[in-house]
Design a protein around this ligand. Structure first.
Ligand code: FAD
Length: 467
């Protein structure tokens, strides 16, 4: 054995797989098309503002245990800023605060939820009823609703259209990049069962204080010190097989051999790296074309003066979902970032049209912006931001390792698959990507991927949260 493992892709799944392999004594050879690590969760130099901007604000939560363990390993956990309070912008111009109080989970946000003016009394009692069902149902509820959408679950609980618009869709579109009527019920339920209900830490929101790309710098030395290699600007053209065994990959100028190949690229990319007849024989690769994608639009705005004081705003029921306050620089210029998830309707707009619509929302939420125009704008469209986590695709998300006997005569040996679209139990998120990377490394090395869940508080546990 050479102890070399070829990792295709340097996004979070690839970084997680490579770092884990390095720590277990293997030599990961990471090949990444772009000139930097991070994949979809990264930054780019913006010439208009002169800053390094994230392609989009990336939010994590306390329940993202695998991602946090990776940040720990990279030594960058102290670059994450944590927010317990969420500020909800109402359409009447007021702001509601949702924050944990003294009561034990799952009641920790009950008091501030009760004070929110976003919903009337009947809307709140609809939500309480649904939360109780989610709490008591635990994992079994997710199984019961397999093959159905979260919207069907809400409809079974008689949630009104207004409650769905103002509350459920506001949360689910941001978390899953699909509205309730499209997202698989298990993922909608997961958001509340794993982030909102178990305890105050699970639902605490984390934001990077540095450009995302900076978080991954330490990965390079970990890989190199383990005897591995990092090839940036290097595209894999084909996964090479001998018999039905993956033995390496072909790039533009060489073949990289390894004991195994871990692919961490999205499904449409992976489809191009293997011959059709090979794919047809590996049950994990049979449905790569069935994955659909959902877009996200991020709009960076710089203003000459400060117009926002709160750290962020959740725009409940609005076309723009979040405004993040990215701070004021030394010259007093404020940087805001507006995020639109499930942004299908925005993809055909040009930057001027996008700005007009975004500024309507900014003016509604931030009265201090009245009469002001941003001094720089950068709209970043990510058409294939995440795979669509619908009920139809769930059964086709592949596991990491080859099975002993595939449905049609055996999977490709030594080929391991990772990426946020794989069978991680999570929708397309940084957490899902890291879990998939750890699982692929564990499946190859025969070790435990070492993924822990955030434990629920005593009352939440007793009431059924993690059962
Ligand atoms: C706009 C936007 C906003 C988001 N917001 C959030 C959020 O708030 N919170 C959250 O948790 N998640 C968010 N996500 C999702 C998150 O970014 C992804 O789930 C995660 O980064 C996916 O990581 P990955 O490693 O699976 O895939 P990728 O990041 O896509 O990595 C795959 C890598 O493979 C490389 N590659 C492709 N083909 C080849 C080839 N042939 N050879 C070599 N390399 C190749 C690519 O360049 C890429 O770097 C967001 C995504 C987007 C796009």
């Amino acid at each position: 054995m050479s102890r070399r493992v070829v990792v295709i892709g340097g996004g979070l799944a690839g970084i997680a797989a490579a770092v884990r392999l390095a720590d277990e004594g293997w030599n990961p050879i990471v090949l990444e098309t772009r000139k930097k690590l991070g994949g979809r969760a990264t930054s780019f130099p913006d010439h208009r503002s002169g800053q390094s901007l994230d392609n989009c604000q990336h939010v994590l939560m306390g329940c993202c245990t695998a991602l946090l363990s990776l940040y720990d390993r990279l030594g960058v956990s102290d670059q994450i800023e944590w927010h317990e309070s969420l500020y909800w912008q109402r359409e009447d111009g007021g702001v509601d605060l949702l924050k944990p109080g003294m009561l034990p989970a799952p009641l920790h946000t009950a008091r501030s939820f009760g004070r929110m003016k976003l919903l009337d009394r009947s809307g709140k009692s609809e939500i309480r009823r649904a939360m109780w069902k989610l709490l008591r149902g635990g994992h079994r509820l997710r199984q019961d609703y397999r093959g159905r959408t979260f919207g069907e679950f809400l409809s079974d609980l008689n949630q009104s259209a207004e409650t769905i618009r103002l509350f459920w869709d506001t949360v689910i579109i941001s978390a899953c990049n699909l509205p309730c009527h499209q997202v698989a019920a298990e993922h909608g339920m997961q958001v509340f069962q794993e982030a909102f209900l178990p305890g105050r830490w699970a639902g605490t929101m984390g934001l990077s204080m540095v450009p995302l790309a900076d978080l991954y710098d330490p990965a390079e030395s970990i890989i190199l010190e383990a005897g591995g290699a990092l090839r940036l600007g290097c595209s894999v053209r084909e996964i090479c097989l001998e018999q039905k065994r993956a033995v390496g990959v072909m790039t533009a100028d060489s073949m990289e051999r390894g004991d195994a190949v871990i692919s961490t690229v999205p499904p449409d990319r992976l489809a191009k790296l293997l011959r059709d007849d090979v794919r047809a024989q590996d049950r994990r690769l049979a449905h790569l074309e069935d994955f659909q994608f959902s877009p996200i639009l991020g709009v960076h705005l710089h203003f000459a003066e400060q117009i926002m004081e709160l750290p962020h705003l959740v725009l409940a029921g609005r076309p723009v979902h979040w405004i993040f306050n990215k701070g004021v620089d030394g010259q007093g210029r404020q940087h805001l970032h507006a995020v639109i998830s499930a942004a299908d309707e925005w993809m055909s707009l040009d930057e001027g049209e996008i700005l007009e619509r975004v500024m309507d929302e900014v003016r509604m939420a931030l009265p201090m912006s009245e009469g002001l125009e941003p001094i720089t704008v950068r709209a970043v469209k990510e058409k294939r931001a995440t795979f669509s986590a619908t009920p139809e695709i769930e059964p086709h998300r592949p596991g990491a390792g080859p099975g002993a006997i595939g449905v049609k005569g055996g999977d490709v040996e030594s080929l391991f698959i990772a990426g946020d679209w794989c069978d991680t139990g999570w929708p397309a998120t940084m957490e899902g990507a890291v879990r998939s990377g750890y699982r692929a490394a564990g499946a190859f090395a025969g070790t435990d991927p070492g993924i822990e869940e955030v434990p629920a508080g005593w009352l939440a546990h007793r009431l059924g949260v993690d059962r």
